[in-house]
Write a protein of this length. Structure first.
Lengths: 179, 266
């Protein structure tokens, strides 16, 4: 039960701490989505401001992290839509080159991988990064994206197949026995 | 034994499996080089993604992304917005009063009309003030009474409206632009909900017109009355009946000896 201003203050401080603990992950995810330091931090700032403004609507017991990722993604999608309308999408060829070790069997060239991720449809990229980069449980990632877990897994499967093709990994032996 | 699907291999790579499923997959992998190759590829992809993007999460967080700081900034912005809203309300109040003065009634506004308009403007400006709502606080009621009585050259008691649930906040001296060289006293009261009511009192000398007038300005109502000594305009957003009851009390205290029934007219 809340009693008086000091209790309210404590709840706010706790909320601020929860936000703060999520900031590194939000930055990392935003950076991977946008491939731009400033855009990514703008996105995180917008996300935090939105969360602060909406904190009255938030149940303190719920998962703050998933809620923040959902806000961030919505902001990112809105920004992407309006930048598509303005036609200022970043060209893949303009992306910075990564130090590329000579491709060896069993290695995936990082630059190639970075470009391949850029070519993924947005919904596959969003899903893949939540799982492969953020290491979130499938259920939480599905909740963030507001899709069923089966849809999440099929997006992940398609994203990985596309990356395999784009990174020129030698074709795998066909998996017919797997069922 | 659980059949090992492609989704399970993926879930295995993503660390999503429980102990039982994980060891089942590992047993399967040991016997199936194809599945092993698939798993190795997904793991290499995951590793590449982490190598590319994970470092961003280890960078020091810039100050502009500190939640506590953002919360502070938001709070001060909200204050500014509130203050701006209060200012706009004040301007609107003044606008309404001015508009009412210029209402198409023929002829120039009467002096008492302008007193009412000034009362409404002063009300709108000062009830929005937090720290400077009054010039002299109500707890020094005696001094306030002496001071304002001297300035207005009339004997002015500070009405006690505690029976109506109103606390006396204090008062200030204002120009009464409607009267040449005129002065007015504004007294402010506040109810338990923080809603404020003001009295705008001037000497009655030279003021013609009706003894009683009631006008609604948006959410506020102005109730004007005059006797031989003073005019008083009560402005507040109370219900008309409540305001009427307050007016009776004010009248009784400001004009002891005069019949309170006069306020009922109109």
């Amino acid at each position: 039960m809340l009693e008086g201003p000091s209790a309210i203050r404590a709840v706010l401080d706790q909320f601020l701490d929860q936000l703060e603990s999520c900031v590194p992950a939000l930055r990392r995810y935003a950076r991977a989505l946008t491939r731009n330091v400033d855009l990514a931090d703008d996105l995180v700032q917008d996300c935090l401001e939105r969360a602060l403004a909406k904190r009255g609507l938030f149940r303190p017991t719920g998962p703050v992290r998933a809620w923040l990722f959902t806000i961030l993604l919505n902001l990112h999608r809105n920004a992407r839509r309006s930048s598509l309308r303005r036609g200022t999408e970043v060209d893949i060829d303009d992306l910075p080159e990564m130090a590329t070790p000579a491709p060896q069997p069993g290695h995936i060239a990082l630059a190639e991988m970075a470009r391949a991720i850029e070519t993924l449809p947005p919904e596959q990229k969003e899903a893949l990064l939540l799982v492969a980069l953020e290491g979130l449980p499938y259920q939480e990632a599905a909740d963030i994206l507001q899709i069923p877990i089966g849809t999440l897994m099929s997006r992940l499967g398609r994203a990985r197949a596309a990356l395999r093709l784009a990174t020129g990994t030698p074709s795998e032996p066909h998996l017919r026995t797997v069922k | 034994m659980t059949p090992i699907t492609r989704d399970m291999l993926m879930a295995y790579c993503d660390g999503q499996l429980g102990d039982a499923d994980r060891s089942a997959v590992e047993t399967h992998l040991a016997a199936n080089p194809d599945a092993m190759a698939e798993v190795a590829l997904i793991q290499r992809q995951n590793h590449a993604i982490q190598t590319l993007f994970a470092p961003a999460g280890a960078e020091p967080v810039p100050a502009r992304l500190k939640p506590a700081r953002l919360a502070e900034a938001q709070k001060s912005r909200r204050w500014q917005t509130l203050q701006r809203a209060a200012m706009i309300t004040a301007l609107l109040g003044i606008g309404m009063a001015a508009g009412w003065l210029l209402r198409p009634s023929g002829g120039s506004p009467q002096l008492y009309d302008r007193l009412i308009a000034d009362a409404v403007s002063a009300h709108t400006v000062y009830v929005a003030e937090n720290r400077h709502a009054v010039e002299v606080a109500g707890d020094d009621s005696e001094h306030l009474s002496t001071w304002l009585s001297n300035r207005l050259a009339t004997n002015l008691a500070m009405p006690d409206l505690s029976a109506q649930g109103l606390t006396f906040l204090g008062g200030r001296l204002l120009p009464a632009p409607a009267i040449p060289g005129g002065r007015a006293a504004q007294l402010m009261y506040e109810d338990r909900g923080g809603e404020r009511l003001t009295l705008y009192i001037t000497p009655a000398q030279g003021v013609d017109g009706p003894d009683y007038e009631k006008i609604a300005f948006g959410a506020d109502t102005a109730l004007y009355w005059a006797n031989t000594l003073i005019t008083c305009t009560i402005v507040g957003n109370e219900q008309p009946e409540t305001l009427q009851a307050i007016a009776n009390t004010v009248f009784a205290q400001l004009s002891p000896g005069q019949a309170a029934e006069r306020v009922y007219r109109g």
